[in-house]
Write a new protein. Structure first.
Length: 349
């Protein structure tokens, strides 16, 4: 059979390792593999490159994606689906593996409903895809954020400052929660738990009476309790996504205003998803790729590979994208055990 692969949405450490895994398994099954450039746009434009074992050498540790990526999909144009169908027929594509996050997978599910032989691999450093315990790229992002928090501790302690660290997390706070716990953050603010800035400032004030510096980790999608803190109205990009970034600076400014403490902001931004994947992500991404190729060989269309209970399995894409995976109450409860609260001592790492 002829198998195709694409990468859509934002880049993530491990994308190339998935491609490598797909190619290695598909080739051992006697199948041919091609890669569409720039996500679903490459399918619409019939823009592809051949993929073989030799061409995938060195991809295990390489960040980004050799196929390129965009957020463009066939439903953005009137003839998008027809162009995709023409590309499939012209090239004899028997199956397509789409590697992407919520947007890419939702599009893939809609294409499956139209009769396209498609499968999915979950990709998001936010770790918010349902029915899989972990997505590749997440562990790398947490490692990067944790290292940054560790480095900021020494500056905060030297100057008795408050350091606000803004990390990625549009709708969920997995990166913030994990990195905050691993880095010994004083407080962690996530989208799932609207924060009261007045309570945060009071906790920091109490803490600093004992000459403790503080690290506040803020997910980019964190929101205040309504009526407690003014933030600008949401603005949107061309794909309908809320433009995020800047909450860290707003929080830092309010902390300075209420407490008088010198407060600095560090926005980690794209460094969280750039560069080489961690060892864990290399293994997970490879495993995803191999299992996706096997699923394609089985003609298990409409499925998504998923990591559950330490093993690889398959679920339906429709079920995986039905709801986002939020930070669990139990994990956040553990994290909050170490938060500074008014009149309560907290302990850093």
């Amino acid at each position: 059979m002829k198998l195709a692969v694409l990468t859509g949405g934002g880049d993530a450490p491990g994308l190339n390792a998935v491609i490598r895994g797909v190619v290695r398994q598909a080739t051992s099954d006697g199948n041919e593999v091609i890669g569409f450039r720039d996500g679903w746009k490459g399918v619409m434009d019939d823009d592809w490159m051949p993929l073989d074992v030799q061409g995938c050498r060195g991809l295990l540790t390489r960040g980004g994606t050799i196929l390129g990526t965009t957020r463009i999909n066939p439903f953005m144009t009137e003839d998008g689906r027809d162009r995709c169908r023409a590309t499939f027929e012209a090239n004899g594509v028997d199956a397509l593996i789409a590697i992407g996050g919520e947007g890419t997978l939702s599009c893939t599910q809609e294409m499956y409903k139209l009769g396209f032989p498609v499968l999915g691999v979950p990709k998001t450093i936010d770790n918010d895809i349902g029915l899989t315990e972990m997505t590749f790229g997440f562990a790398t992002a947490v490692d990067i954020a944790t290292e940054a928090i560790g480095r900021l501790h020494t500056t905060a302690e030297s100057h008795d400052r408050v350091m606000v660290v803004e990390v990625m997390g549009r709708h969920v706070g997995h990166i913030a929660t994990w990195a905050g716990m691993a880095g010994g953050a004083t407080r962690t603010l996530i989208p799932e738990k609207p924060f009261d800035i007045n309570e945060v400032c009071q906790a920091l004030t109490d803490r600093h009476t004992r000459k403790f510096a503080s690290i506040v980790v803020v997910a980019e999608g964190a929101k205040p309790v309504p009526g407690t803190f003014d933030v600008p109205d949401d603005t949107f990009d061309e794909f309908g996504h809320v433009k995020l970034g800047g909450i860290g600076e707003l929080v830092a400014s309010e902390i300075t205003k209420q407490t008088g403490f010198e407060t600095r902001t560090t926005v980690l931004g794209y460094v969280q998803r750039g560069g080489e994947p961690s060892a864990f992500d290399r293994v997970l991404a490879t495993w995803f790729g191999v299992e996706a190729a096997r699923a394609a060989n089985d003609k298990d269309f409409g499925s998504m590979v998923a990591y559950q209970c330490g093993d690889m399995t398959r679920v339906r894409i429709a079920d995986a994208v039905e709801d986002l995976k939020f930070v669990s109450e139990s994990l956040y409860d553990v994290a909050s055990t170490f938060f500074a609260t008014p009149d309560t001592e907290s302990e850093d790492r």
